[in-house]
Design a protein. Structure first.
Length: 231
């Protein structure tokens, strides 16, 4: 018995460096996968519209009392009759390292979003029961992907039935004129028909604000927003 214990102990001592190396390699592989996923993120999905003499809106959103100013959505409430063909391109919300990527994605209504599982565990993506695009994809395996088409304009919280710490948002909008802010709060909305519009913001934790913006043909108008916590 003593010899058996010594043998097991010796094997463990010999194997520990290999186990540590495997864990290190797995950690490095995950970091590489995360970096690739983050680099390839597309936070906006819209249809391509041909506009004669279009204008551009650029600007910055300052988000108060949050860590940074990314993931706010800036959008034009109405352009014409808001009747636009849905995009043929699919959006993607991946699942990697127990995180939804991207955390916020803005899409035009009628967009299909694919939900691949690039993680090392199973996931179950679902929306909250009070939202207008309710769905539950069920638990699915590593490497699998499931699509959802979003036809109703609203904000959809995403959760995982297996991992309570995971969350994200899909923001579905009536028209293709929107932008998601970068970490510094900057955004850009292009290809806008000349006219006067109501420009609004959305943020998962902050109040929505709005302002009127006049867009002129072949010109860029700059705007800024300061958004604060909801009361």
């Amino acid at each position: 018995m003593r010899n058996l214990c010594l043998t097991v102990f010796t094997l463990l001592v010999l194997l520990l460096p290999s186990i540590d190396l495997m864990a290190h390699d797995e950690s490095q592989n995950m970091k590489v996968k995360l970096q690739k996923a983050i680099t390839g993120l597309k936070k906006e999905v819209r249809s391509d519209i041909t506009v004669e003499n279009p204008g551009v809106i650029t600007g910055k959103v300052k988000c108060m009392r949050v860590r940074h100013s990314c993931d706010a959505v800036v959008y034009i409430e109405k352009v014409g009759d808001n009747n636009y063909d849905p995009p043929t391109e699919h959006g993607v919300v991946d699942q990697l390292n127990l995180v939804f990527l991207p955390h916020v994605i803005a899409v035009q209504k009628g967009t299909t979003i694919d939900f691949p599982n690039s993680d090392l565990v199973r996931h179950n993506v679902f929306s909250t029961p009070d939202c207008c695009n309710q769905f539950n994809l069920g638990t699915y395996d590593i490497g699998a992907s499931k699509p959802v088409t979003f036809n109703e304009p609203c904000e959809i919280p995403l959760l995982c039935n297996v991992h309570a710490e995971m969350s994200a948002y899909v923001v579905v909008l009536d028209n293709p004129y929107f932008g998601v802010t970068e970490k510094d709060g900057s955004f850009r909305i292009e290809n806008i028909p000349p006219g006067t519009y109501k420009l609004k913001t959305w943020h998962e934790k902050l109040r929505s604000v709005e302002q009127e913006v006049k867009v002129e043909g072949s010109k860029t108008v700059e705007v800024s927003f300061l958004i604060k916590k909801r009361k």
